[in-house]
Ligand binder design. Structure first.
Ligand SMILES: Cc1cc2nc3c(=O)[nH]c(=O)nc-3n(C[C@H](O)[C@H](O)[C@H](O)COP(=O)(O)O)c2cc1C
Length: 345
């Protein structure tokens, strides 16, 4: 994968960065790399698989796209990695969504979530709980590395093995910053390692520890020089990201909630602050139309649009009242008619 240095990544955000929002960001100001929302490997290898496939829906405009996996069972990680790399998932998605062509979905790599701090996943031994279960973390990484290499060979893409990144996204530690965790991960010669600069205990409640991310970038230089280090946490402008990359020797910067404040956050010069209310309303209208076209079978509930309403419909007189009316809409038709007949200018 050819990426600039530093490169910018749209963070995986569950119920946010689906294909619809990724396509919107591709048209406002595209990052260099996209991640899917996290998808559970144990669910994907169960009878519940069809319900999870919408999380893997993608189009040609959101490229390159990394699939983020989470779960417990190394065998299921292996099977999913293989099916991502050999095109099985792409075929199934194309069969479910006739307007998506199989060859449009060309996943560029796999990331393993070892950072989510949410209680239900951690109690089950997944995500950031793997910080405390290094044996299982190793088994999972090896399963994904082997599964993706096998899948690429099956698909006749064996020459891409070294180019198909297997990466981990994690935090600084469990209760305390613990660099032995990152040394452990780097021993697996990952292609990329994304660090959200907080411990699991800190959730998102304290400022991001950029010095610690910088220390991990230096560890990488001695332990696994080819691993790209991506810093993540509280970045709200591209310039801030560029400065952090320089200060801490990072290869990439990942931005999550920053897109809520500025959908053009990846732009060299964001127009967001100068956009008219009508331009913002038009952007939300495009989002709602794309949502309706994509999720024809109600795979996503209309209420999931409310968080995007807060993104676009803001920063102008009357925005709050208008937003409240839009968020009460009972159907997509009702929502679109309010947007199209708005008298705000
Ligand atoms: C609504 C929401 C959903 C998230 N879902 C995921 C996820 O599926 N996988 C993941 O690795 N991180 C997830 N995260 C964490 C973000 O990717 C990111 O690490 C975190 O928000 C810190 O970066 P930021 O300050 O740029 O937002 C989520 C965060 C938010 C706010």
């Amino acid at each position: 994968m050819n990426l600039p240095r530093p490169f910018f990544v749209l963070a995986p955000m569950d119920d946010v960065t689906d294909t619809v929002f990724r396509q919107m960001i591709a048209t406002t100001a595209a990052p260099d790399l996209y991640f899917t929302e996290f998808v559970n490997v144990d669910g994907l290898q169960s009878p519940g698989r069809p319900k999870l496939l919408p999380k893997l829906v993608a189009t040609a405009s959101e490229k390159p796209l990394i699939v983020q996996l989470w779960g417990k069972t190394p065998g299921n990680y292996y099977k999913c990695a293989r099916e991502i790399a050999n095109g099985t998932f792409a075929l199934e998605i194309a069969a479910m969504y006739p307007n998506i062509k199989e060859n449009e979905i060309n996943f560029a790599g796999i990331d393993i979530n070892m950072g989510c701090p949410a209680k239900p996943v951690v109690q089950n031994g997944c995500c950031s709980a793997l910080i405390n279960n290094r044996e299982l973390a190793s088994e999972i990484i090896i399963a994904v590395q082997q599964g993706s290499a096998e899948g690429l060979k099956e698909a006749g893409r064996g020459d891409e093995v070294g180019d198909f990144p297997v990466s981990v996204k994690t935090r600084l530690g469990w209760n305390e910053i613990d660099f032995s965790w990152h040394e452990h991960l780097l021993s697996h010669k990952l292609n990329m390692l994304t660090i959200h600069g907080r411990t699991r205990k800190e959730m998102s409640k304290v400022p991001n520890h950029w010095d610690a991310i910088g220390h991990i970038a230096r560890l990488r230089t001695s332990l696994s020089p080819d691993t790209k280090i991506i810093g993540n946490g509280d970045i709200v402008t591209r310039d801030q990201g560029l400065q952090l990359a320089e200060d801490y020797g990072l290869d990439g910067l990942m931005i999550g909630r920053g897109v809520f404040h500025d959908p053009y956050v990846f732009a060299e010069s964001s127009p967001w602050g100068n956009m008219t209310p009508q331009q913002k309303i038009d952007l939300y209208t495009s989002h709602v139309k794309l949502f309706a076209e994509t999720w024809k079978n109600q795979e996503r509930n209309i209420v999931t649009l409310n968080k995007f309403c807060k993104v676009y419909i803001e920063g102008f007189p009357g925005a709050k009242e208008f937003r409240e009316r839009l968020m009460d809409a009972e159907s997509i038709e009702n929502l679109l008619s309010m947007l199209e007949s708005s008298s705000i200018s």
